[in-house]
Ligand binder design. Sequence first.
Ligand SMILES: NC(=O)c1ccc[n+]([C@@H]2O[C@H](COP(=O)([O-])OP(=O)(O)OC[C@H]3O[C@@H](n4cnc5c(N)ncnc54)[C@H](O)[C@@H]3O)[C@@H](O)[C@H]2O)c1
Length: 450
Amino acid sequence: MKITVVGTGYVGLVTGTCFAESGNEVICIDVNKEKVAQMKKGHIPIYEPGLETLFHRNIKADRLKFSTDLQKGVQHGEIIFLALPTPEDEDGSADLSYVMDVAGKVGEIINADSSANYKIIVNKSTVPVGTAEIVTELISKKTNKKFDVVSNPEFLREGFAVDDFMKPERVVIGTDSPEAQAKMRRLYEPFVRSGNPILMMDQRSSEITKYASNSFLAMKITYMNEIANFAEKVGADVDKIRIGMGTDSRIGKRFLFPGIGYGGSCFPKDVKALYKTGLEHQYEFKTLKSVIEVNDRQRKIMIPKILTYFNRDLKGKKIAIWGLAFKPETDDIREAPALYMIDELLVEGADIHVFDPEAMDNVKQKYGKRISFGENMYEILEDAEALIISTEWNIFRTPDFDKIKKLLKNKLIFDGRNVYKAAEMNDNGFTYFSIGRKPANIPRKLWKAF
Ligand SMILES: NC(=O)c1ccc[n+]([C@@H]2O[C@H](COP(=O)([O-])OP(=O)(O)OC[C@H]3O[C@@H](n4cnc5c(N)ncnc54)[C@H](O)[C@@H]3O)[C@@H](O)[C@H]2O)c1
């Protein structure tokens, strides 16, 4: 099939590449000229495990092309995917301007193209309920030619995006048009050969399914973060509680790991957007309101502990941070909890030194020379007063603790992701703070102070 993907970010590039991998002829369109030039030269602009091999293979096979020319893209594709940003607007709602702008242009191009046949325009972006209808109306104003608008939300996880796209647990397709349903089914069938479902539904239900899923996961994490905060207060161990809860199959083991809050390009904005859409329809999601509030607090939960430890004086103190990306296996730093901590620590005058395996270039663009970047994870520890862990990359899991002890000025770790076992840290002689567990090597009478 001839496929066009407009927007070549984390979702668009993975979508385009994976469709090419299943034999389709794909053109990926992006407004970012530099990005397109890079991709044309065979350079991949994002870090996503497994993507590079497929990217090169399909470029070589001439099935995957890149362009800045929307007209060329629209003329090429029988199915046109919009994988455009839908960032958070000032009032918390989803900013639909990218989607509307491109949808309008797509309508004009279809109208001007005398050879244009039936087209399917697919909202792959996460968009509020009713958007497919608005896009349909917009394009209808531009052309009388035959088209359908389909909602097809994407559920891939950054860091596992290729696997998730190639073997999705489900594909959600929102359209009542039998012609669009048949074409979309044909496109996705190679990806669900093991029997996972392609779920056909109306546009509105499909649009809400995406927000309902992300908000539920954000809520599950947030609930666990609150249990962790409470466990810490009463001297319980959240690891034990987590396992006790997770073995109940109704609850499940996943998304029960407490930490310094959720981040990334999706959960924060999607929870807010669903809350806002609810209000627009005179419905207040009280659960989501709490999720937003608790997560805002959780992202900075380590800061009072750090300040208490240093008697509120961080001026000129060297603090090392391991992990910047919002989660492991990605270079994405959007809404990363690490950045919220860095901002707070900078206000306190700390001298911040950071290391992340993939996300440092992105963080350099944000902070420039205001913080220092290490070549490796150990270099930044030299004479640091404390180490903070904010992303649970695998390389941080079994470090050389003797080396850490030698390099750090204080044997002090604030672990925002519970990467280590508290008992081991105790035996290793570290003063160790984590989430929802007793601090190690802090006298019991002082626990409450933190
Ligand atoms: N990142 C994820 O994990 C994920 C997962 C599921 C769904 N989503 C949703 O998918 C959508 C895209 O997310 P993303 O993370 O891929 O975004 P992104 O910011 O990584 O990529 C968006 C791309 O669109 C391009 N673009 C902007 N305006 C354009 C225009 N007018 N024409 C052509 N290209 C244009 C940008 O240059 C950029 O390359 C969002 O709605 C997001 O909520 C994201």
